[in-house]
Design a protein around this ligand. Structure first.
Ligand SMILES: [Mg+2]
Length: 194
């Protein structure tokens, strides 16, 4: 029952994704959530860092990028159009419909794509249920809508389980500030004590 909530990989941000590895594994397109995965949920336009990353993903690696978002079509269109990205919205994740539409509309098999998302109960559950591998991205910001807040609570339980089972291995290339590291070690200790 829990397995469908487990991502294949965990990264701190999209910028930590090993694109070379995806290429080697035959990935042709990147399907991705928008809010809190690519940018904070209240950010309307792509920051420069994201624009250059997308440019590298498209032009250097040749990956197609398709946004699959539960947000309304208007928000997603305004974000995606200036970047020339395809999108499916509202996708109604975790239902399979949006993922399947992305695959059929753009002509990909589930094994030829990966999904990037920040939520276990929408992104990960939905993509896994149609056989798409998921890379979990830590949410860009911690603030969220009310529904998401409840999901985050449930997610914490699943994350604890994944940590216990040794499934959770975070890829993070950016060097942490020593102080942040200390805080993380402390919170891990607290987790263990509970
Ligand atoms: Mg999201």
């Amino acid at each position: 029952m829990f397995k469908r909530l487990y991502p294949k990989h965990f990264v701190a941000s999209i910028y930590d994704i090993d694109l070379e590895m995806l290429k080697r594994n035959g990935v042709k397109a990147i399907l991705t959530d928008l809010d809190n995965t690519l940018v904070a949920w209240d950010i309307a336009d792509a920051p420069d860092e994201l624009v250059s990353w997308l440019d590298m993903v498209n032009n250097q690696y040749g990956f197609d990028v398709i946004i699959v978002s539960n947000n309304n079509g208007d928000r997603v269109k305004k974000f995606a159009d200036p970047l020339g990205l395809h999108y499916i919205a509202p996708a109604r994740k975790p239902l399979p419909i949006g993922f399947k539409r992305a695959l059929t509309e753009f002509g990909y098999h589930a094994k030829e794509v990966v999904f990037l998302g920040d939520q276990l109960f929408t992104d990960v559950l939905g993509a896994n249920s149609v056989g798409i591998e998921v890379i979990h991205v830590q949410p860009v910001v911690k603030t969220d809508g009310v529904v998401t807040k409840f999901n985050r609570l449930m997610e914490r339980l699943v994350f604890r389980r994944m940590k216990r089972k040794g499934i959770y291995k975070l890829t993070q290339r950016v060097k942490e500030e020593p102080e942040t590291e200390k805080r993380q070690v402390e919170s891990l200790r607290q987790d263990k004590q509970q």
